[in-house]
Design a protein around this ligand. Structure first.
Ligand code: FMN
Length: 220
């Protein structure tokens, strides 16, 4: 797969085969991904990789938090106007593929809960920022390394879903992981071998036309 093919092939995968992913494979992905750009080469990212029992326990804690209607530690950003319309667009595509009707609260709930269980992936990579790193600057660099993880994973036949849901609730993470409070969980990437029969995996998200987003100066 060349670079162009990889960039086009990457999409969020939300249904995984149960097959485990070896530590060595994830190490390879992370080593490759760490070639990402970062401001002044600061590399303000740290990886916490989960699989097996500890991952299940954290997923269970997330389920409890949802059952208790607990306030998330990190809230989803509020989107407006065209940004909101785009997010409604992908939600419609996903619900369409999963045959979830707008008013079917039970199924919508089931769908949302899957995200908080890391989509039942065999592993999840959590990306942390040390409190000594500037939040906004680090967010940019962590975005770059996260995209690289998603691309590098393809090289090993793996699928990924970048997910804020992985870190929205942090009680379980803090309970089961020995990660000091000075390390902030920023984002998670569910990772595993894609289940090609899972309907949502066939969704190809839309993109705004380049004309809407680009201005050119000095060209013919
Ligand atoms: C910062 C960030 C947070 C995201 N959080 C979630 C999430 O919590 N749940 C989810 O299903 N997808 C999540 N996504 C995936 C986006 O929905 C997805 O990238 C977008 O719809 C475009 O689809 P594509 O990745 O298939 O191209 C997130 C992506 C990013 C970059």
């Amino acid at each position: 797969m060349n670079l162009k093919e990889g960039i086009i092939a990457r999409k969020s995968i939300r249904g995984f085969k149960p097959d485990p992913v070896s530590k060595e494979t994830i190490e390879n992905v992370l080593r490759l991904a760490s070639r990402a750009v970062s401001s002044m080469n600061g590399q303000p990212w740290e990886f916490v990789v989960l699989t097996g029992d500890v991952m299940k326990k954290i997923a269970e804690e997330n389920m409890k938090d949802l059952d208790d209607n607990a306030a998330p530690d990190i809230k989803d950003p509020a989107l407006v106007d065209e940004y909101k319309r785009r997010s409604v667009g992908i939600a419609k595509q996903l619900f369409g593929a999963m045959e979830i009707e707008r008013h079917d609260l039970e199924k919508r709930n089931w769908w949302i809960r899957r995200g908080f269980r890391f989509f039942d992936a065999p592993a999840v990579i959590l990306i942390c920022r040390d409190e000594r790193c500037d939040e906004k600057g680090a967010a940019f660099d962590i975005g770059a390394v996260t995209q690289n993880i998603c691309l590098a994973a393809l090289e090993y036949g793996l699928g990924t879903c970048t997910e804020l849901q992985a870190v929205n609730y942090q009680r379980g993470l803090r309970k089961y992981l020995n990660v000091p409070e000075s390390k902030h969980f920023v984002i998670g990437v569910a990772i595993g071998y894609p289940d090609d029969s899972f309907p949502a995996n066939s969704v190809v998200s839309e993109r705004a036309d380049l004309e809407e987003l680009t201005s050119w100066y000095g060209f013919e």
